[in-house]
Write a new protein. Structure first.
Length: 485
């Protein structure tokens, strides 16, 4: 029987992508809260009361098996929950610079692969939390559920009971045990394929149909990359270890109104806004975009509802076209929407999942080489991921989460990654760029803001009323009280 704590092939690939490279495979988020920041000890106590201790890695000797998750007997919560403050004026630019520095630092694999930074003194009487988790531990969809364990749906939640038995780490397995278990699994787990052979004899027609459908999907995935490789672009260059980060807070209602007016899905509108923004960025820097179509890798969750919140990755991918040469917003959305509809019919996501499952039979040495080849691929120019989040207010220690900006990591020769997440009527765009390759990352964010505005105008959507500031709300409240009195 396979060890349930052993990393999957996809999880291991995210580790190998970091080996001997300047890529950092952690997903992350920047969360801005209203109110005075809690103390560092309050946050530590809160995290420990809500979050199960995340295990660390144990590697199998001689690369004879994929790593397994083990308990950390030296777990130190103060190492993982860190405390800092922004210098004056403590504005969003300062928060972006801090986030860029934190995302430039690789997580220590000898410890549980996560960090949470408490950031004080944000302008407007706010504070922030910056969270990092290695991609081997969790994918974007599942990460939403794990992160929300820290949150409450009300400012004053009901108290949670303490576990009856304090947590104690299990003894670390020795090198001999790790090697022995890996070799035993290699000899015994393939016997599971025998059950598949017996099923083939019992129900050959159904089994053959499933195999053929899987092969068709794999073919669609391969053809998408081989027949139309990603074009050269300023976003596909050698990257270093340092990062820049910026974000943009959009209104979810505006995107829904654009979708309802011009057609397509919410994700189509997101991809169109990205396409328009990148097109303008490239033209401003002298790149001829006439007829140019970039390719975005769009992760697709294949996690069942019963698996939400579990560790590990359950994702596949589609290669989405970004027609950056199309300047008309409505026409650009039409092209993106039509292309995405065709991709969904082609079975690309299913094919990517089949290939991921097949990788489970590959020895770690082959997985390592495959990860290096994947990093040099020409299938896509950048990653654009759109994750649905909770559409109701969340709180940490009574402080309301105002907005959340996600982060998708950069692989080799991927100088730009764009992550999007919806929360409580917001649509948070997080842009991560290589520090040297994209010194003008902020210009892309400004182009993104302009692109959203042009889509709204094309759709006949009026500018969405901005949410009043905290000071404005207080002023209105005082005025209302004065009228009553």
């Amino acid at each position: 029987m396979a060890n349930p704590d052993r990393l999957s092939a996809l999880d291991s690939a995210f580790l190998h992508l970091e080996d001997n490279s300047s890529a950092h495979m952690h997903v992350a988020s920047v969360m801005v809260f209203q109110g005075t920041a809690p103390t560092a000890q309050e946050l530590v106590d809160h995290v420990l009361s809500r979050l199960h201790l995340v295990p660390r890695l144990a590697h199998v000797p001689l690369q004879q098996g994929r790593p397994i998750w083990v308990d950390d007997p030296y777990f130190n919560p103060r190492y993982h929950v860190r405390h800092t403050a922004l210098p004056k004026p403590a504005d969003e630019q300062a928060l972006k610079r801090l986030a860029g520095r934190l995302f430039s630092q690789r997580l220590d694999r000898s410890k549980p692969l996560w960090e949470i930074w408490l950031v004080e003194r944000l302008v407007g009487g706010r504070f922030a939390l910056i969270a990092k988790t290695h991609h081997a531990l969790v994918d974007g969809i599942s990460g939403v559920d794990i992160t929300t364990v820290l949150f409450d749906a009300a400012p004053e939640p009901a108290p949670t009971g303490q576990p009856p038995v304090p947590w104690t780490a299990k003894p670390l397995p020795g090198q001999a045990k790790l090697l022995g278990e890996a070799l035993r699994e290699r000899m015994t787990v393939p016997a599971e394929m025998g059950r598949g052979a017996r099923a083939l004899l019992r129900a050959p027609r159904r089994a053959v149909t499933q195999v053929l459908e899987g092969l068709v999907s794999v073919g669609a995935t391969a053809i998408a990359g081989i027949n139309a490789p990603a074009p050269d672009s300023p976003f596909n260059v050698d990257i270093g270890p340092h990062r820049r980060y910026t974000f943009h807070d959009a209104d979810l209602a505006e995107f829904k109104a654009i979708k309802d007016s011009l057609g397509g899905t919410l994700n189509d509108v997101v991809l169109t806004a990205v396409s328009l923004a990148l097109g303008r960025y490239l033209r401003d820097r002298g790149t001829d975009t006439e007829g140019l179509e970039l390719k975005a890798m769009v992760p697709v969750s294949v996690r069942a509802e019963s698996q939400r919140g579990a560790l590990g990755n359950q994702v596949a991918a589609m290669w989405a076209p970004l027609p950056v040469g199309v300047r008309n917003p409505a026409e650009c959305l039409h092209q993106v929407s039509a292309a995405m509809a065709d991709l969904k019919k082609s079975g690309q996501a299913v094919g990517a999942q089949v290939l991921t499952n097949l990788a489970g039979f590959a020895p770690p040495t082959i997985l390592s080489q495959a990860a290096r080849l994947q990093a040099r691929q020409r299938f896509f120019n950048l990653v654009v991921t759109n994750v649905p989040g909770p559409q109701f207010p969340l709180y940490v220690l009574g402080r309301r989460l105002q907005v959340l900006y996600p982060v998708v990591p950069l692989a080799r020769r991927q100088a730009l990654g764009i992550a999007v997440m919806s929360y409580d009527g917001h649509l948070g765009f997080g842009l991560l760029g290589d520090y040297d390759a994209l010194p003008e990352l902020e210009a892309i964010a400004q182009n993104l803001k302009s692109a959203i505005g042009s889509l709204a105008r094309a759709a006949g959507v009026r500018s969405v009323r901005k949410r009043p500031s905290k000071r404005a709300v207080a002023s209105r409240t005082n005025s209302a009280r004065a009228r009553v009195n």
